[in-house]
Design a protein around this ligand. Structure first.
Ligand SMILES: C[S@@+](CC[C@H](N)C(=O)[O-])C[C@H]1O[C@@H](n2cnc3c(N)ncnc32)[C@H](O)[C@@H]1O
Length: 395
């Protein structure tokens, strides 16, 4: 979508058209019903506007999971939506930044403005910058649609005079999507620029959103890396510059907001025999290297010093780890395991594994279970030995 199309979607006539389309179920926007409606609408509206409005309404419907109640009011395109931060995560970060002594923030590469909206809502005075005029038009329209203050400018991040702002936020675009892989060569603005912001002297209030695959070795000195999961999905690693850092490594689990840092971490712990409960730390905890901190939290120990499973006599409810009761230790060899599961009438089996060379789908097929019992099996190493555990999830 170009900037002119974005503007055409903000006129009163376009708003009426969008409201009309928004009332339709998703199935009415595509296929034969969609085509018939578009051809009818083209009699009274510009054909490009009809196409753009139909696409936008379909995107808004898809965007609700990510952008929440704002979605029906936002201007966005497919890439802008893919790049946008989930509202839960953006709100968490914005609240933390707003809690600092920063009052003004510049968002270098603001995209459609999902982070900017959260920062404006948290009370920060926001300026967005993007080199893409269409994204700037969308971000501007989005602040206006939500009645939030802020300005958005077309510029290259590298040319912005940062001295006018208390804080800088950067969420670099990543070629090839926002997955777990971490390839700073594919960043725009580039990693070298981000790194120079994080290591500037005197130190700046800088926050950078990066992929959760961020290697620990790339976190500059005095900078905090915060791995964040939301609803069980590991979504990002945020870097907090020295004035904002309060730890070196942090895991935050949303929507609850429970957080754990290396300050809570005793460091390496010896592994020991299995106890009554098994804990599977959240991926944010594992990526942050804080499994031993969870072991301390639940009064337990690791089952293997290289694996992210914790065992404890105590049952501690925490969003930082999923707890299981160990029901039984089953044979680890496949034939004996099959016999044991059949003897317990297991039919539906969830298989979890860590540190062992097993493909759960293939094993499940080979086991050929058909009983009536629903069960969970954990395949892992306990003190270095392959072990099969029948466990009961405790919610
Ligand atoms: C990942 S998106 C930002 C998404 C945003 N945080 C949100 O939640 O909606 C990155 C944005 O940076 C912009 N960008 C990339 N390189 C830039 C540069 N050198 N200067 C300004 N903007 C840039 C891209 O156009 C893109 O819109």
């Amino acid at each position: 979508m170009d900037a002119a199309t974005v503007r055409s979607l903000t006129t009163p006539a376009a708003r009426r058209l969008l409201a009309e389309l928004a009332g339709l179920p998703p199935s009415e926007l595509v296929g034969a019903p969609g085509l018939a409606r578009a051809s009818r609408l083209r009699r009274s509206h510009d054909a490009r506007l009809v196409a753009a409005a139909t696409t936008l309404v379909a995107l808004r419907q898809r965007a609700t999971a990510k952008l929440g109640a704002d979605a029906p009011h936002l201007l966005l395109d497919r890439t802008g939506l893919e790049q946008a931060t989930r509202f839960t995560v953006a709100s968490h970060r914005a609240a933390r930044l707003a809690h600092s002594d920063a009052a003004t923030v510049v968002d270098l590469g603001c995209g459609i403005g999902a982070d900017m909206v959260a920062m404006a809502r948290a009370g920060l005075r926001v300026t967005g910058v993007d080199r893409d005029p269409a994204r700037v038009a969308m971000a501007r329209a989005n602040l206006a649609a939500l009645a939030l203050p802020g300005q958005v400018l077309v510029a290259d991040a590298l040319d912005v005079d940062l001295s006018a702002y208390d804080a800088v936020f950067v969420d670099p675009a990543r070629r090839g999507g926002a997955g777990r892989s971490f390839d700073p060569a594919a960043w725009s603005p580039p990693w070298t620029f981000v790194q120079s912001l994080l290591t500037a002297e005197p130190a700046r209030h800088v926050v950078v959103k990066t992929a959760p695959g961020l290697p620990h070795a790339m976190v500059p000195p005095r900078v905090e890396a915060e791995w964040v999961s939301d609803g069980g999905d590991l979504v990002e690693a945020a870097l907090w510059g020295p004035p904002l850092a309060t730890a070196r490594r942090r895991a935050t689990v949303l929507p609850d907001g429970t957080t754990l840092t290396d300050v809570d971490d005793p460091g390496p712990l010896p592994a020991g025999p299995l106890l009554e409960h098994l804990y599977e730390p959240d991926d944010a905890v594992t990526r942050a290297g804080l499994v031993t901190a969870v072991a301390t939290l639940v009064g337990g120990r690791l089952v293997d010093e290289h694996l992210a499973y914790v065992t404890s006599d105590r049952l501690v409810a925490t969003p930082l780890a999923r707890a299981y009761r160990v029901v039984e230790v089953l044979p680890y060899r496949e034939r004996a395991l099959r016999a044991a599961l059949r003897a317990r009438d297991v039919g539906t089996l969830t298989i979890k594994k860590r540190g062992v060379d097993v493909v759960p789908e293939q094993l499940r097929r080979r086991l050929g279970l058909s009983g009536s019992v629903v069960a969970t099996l954990v395949l892992t190493r306990v003190e270095g030995r392959g072990t099969a555990l029948l466990v009961e999830p405790l919610d």
